[in-house]
Design a protein around this ligand. Sequence first.
Ligand code: PEP
Length: 257
Amino acid sequence: MARTPLMAGNWKSNVNHQEAVVLVQKLAWTLQDKKHDPAKAEVAVIPPFTDIRSVQTLVDGDRLTIRYGAQDVSEHDGGAYTGEISAAMLAKLGCAYVVVGHSERREYHGETDAVVNTKAAKTLAAGMTPIVCVGEGLEVRQAGEHVPFTLAQIDGSLAGFTPEQVAGLVVAYEPVWAIGTGEVATPEDAQEVCQAIRGRVAETFSPEAADSLRILYGGSVKAANIAAIMAKSDVDGALVGGASLQAEEFAAIARFY
Ligand code: PEP
């Protein structure tokens, strides 16, 4: 089946409110200027929570061109959880996506596969699509254990989901050693793990789920390297950090085709 590529820009905690407002507008103009075709690649931005409402307003009526999501979500539905943002709150803001289990959350906030699994389930239950992040650190890669390590994260993060749910998910394979470091995994490295993930999903869930699931690569993606990465058959897009903060660069990534 033909999977529509997804280019998702994770702004992390890098923009203030004014910068976010300028960035999303500049992205919209640049995509228009480059005659971007949303049927060839879906574009999403993942701003900080505090900018989601503004992004919503600015892309309103233009959702086919730029969709948006959140960088995290609460494990809880609501109630006495100071500081937490629930899935229902994000759905109400029109979020299409929620990034769950980003390596920075796993590393700095101790998020386990069980936590990631709960967050992905809450996201799905609220009608949004989780972007489930997995990927190995440098030591695991050097030990040659990157495939089993990543597949174990897939098993834990997707546990208990139905094949139909998995079919609609997005998984992002992000080798931690390639995030924000300028070190890019080769297209062959990306394909090796993305193919293994799709194989595992076929075995655990169904061949149809594996065929529909979109698997992104993330780690120092730029306009200069996206075409070679996208040429790999199991890579369906990219989760982009640093390069998504420059509208021209991110639009060029989206316009890889
Ligand atoms: C990321 O944080 O998900 C990421 C891939 O970052 P960068 O593109 O900056 O490596």
